[in-house]
Ligand binder design. Structure first.
Ligand code: PNS
Length: 167
């Protein structure tokens, strides 16, 4: 089974990492797809975001990291995947995920969206919170994978307001 996990991943959090590892227990191939969200301007560059995901999961086989400037439904069709994965943290996420799943199904009738519940310890996490912490130079250990912080501290704090004083 080939599964596509699309998102902005700006940045890739512990919650994203955990979801990927859980899915890898039963998927043959997992594509982490950096897709464009028209509502968002990225805080980290695409290259940085892809590097963070690669670092977080570099010990895993069966993972491909890719990007797509167009529609997810087109990418899904062309890659002959079996399902799209999205994480669900709480009921607030449900409405958004439901409309996205329905729109994708209209564009590609065999596109099945699988929603996986985040573990409770990850349900408070969001990339936006990670960005907020990073912008103030706050510790990121609770929210980002350890390997990502160790390898990419400079990039993570690139936009930090106090960066000048920290260097
Ligand atoms: O992590 P996000 O920002 O919630 O992910 C949203 C994302 C990137 C998966 C969604 O915006 C998307 O699929 N973008 C690709 C363009 C597309 O297909 N848009 C229609 C989705 S219904």
């Amino acid at each position: 089974m080939k599964i596509i996990y699309p998102g902005s991943f700006d940045p890739f959090t512990k919650a994203h990492e955990a979801l990927c590892r859980r899915v890898l227990a039963f998927a043959d191939e997992l594509v982490i797809l950096f897709a464009e969200n028209q509502e968002k301007n990225s805080y980290y560059s695409l290259k940085e975001r892809m590097a963070f995901a690669y670092t977080a999961l570099k010990d895993c086989d069966k993972i491909k990291i890719d990007s797509c400037p167009g529609l997810l439904a087109d990418y899904f069709r062309e890659s002959q995947a079996d399902a799209v994965l999205r994480g669900l943290r709480n009921t607030n996420d449900l409405q958004y995920e439901q409309s996205m799943a329905e729109a994708n199904r209209l564009l590609c009738p065999n596109l099945e969206t699988v929603l996986l519940l985040s573990w409770p310890e990850h349900s408070w996490m969001s990339s936006s919170l990670a960005r907020e912490l990073a912008s103030f130079g706050a510790p990121l250990e609770a929210i980002l994978p350890k390997a990502v912080i160790e390898a990419h501290s400079k990039e993570l704090y690139r936009h930090c307001k106090d960066r000048g004083e920290k260097e």
